[in-house]
Design a protein. Sequence first.
Length: 173
Amino acid sequence: MAMNKKTEREIRRDRLRFTKNKLSSNMILLAIAANALYFVSIYGSDVGNYYYKIFIGGSIIYNLVFMLAAFLSSEGVKNYKLSYACLSVLLGVLQVARIFGIPIRALRAKNPVAGAKCATVMSGGQFRYVTICLCVSAALLAFAGVMGVIRSSELKKHIAKLENNEREGTGDE
């Protein structure tokens, strides 16, 4: 006997109570990995003392705080916490904003190393690479956050419906 779509939807919603939101959580972990690729590319560059400035020190601290906040968000969305899903979206927006920080500044800055192959601190290829890393990280964070909001709202509504049914005594037995 085939179940109708309404019954299948109810079963899927009820399963949310007993399963973790692994999709959103794993997407955030992938966003952290994309950020790590950005981090390694930027700070692995040998361009004299360009990266040894206070602005870069702030960027390193931001990277550490970002990765900690993203990991915390990953754990929160795994348990259907709405606030962590919103944090994930905010982190995604901040990742896009970061493109206008170090990558664009380094692309425009003259290379301080004498006889360097590239006239600027960051080559066009490296700029594209780090921009793609940040955009991928941002997209994964935003998608994970949106999925987290949808699923946590769905679970909250389902639990409220179950509690209403129990109070009214109309629960299925």
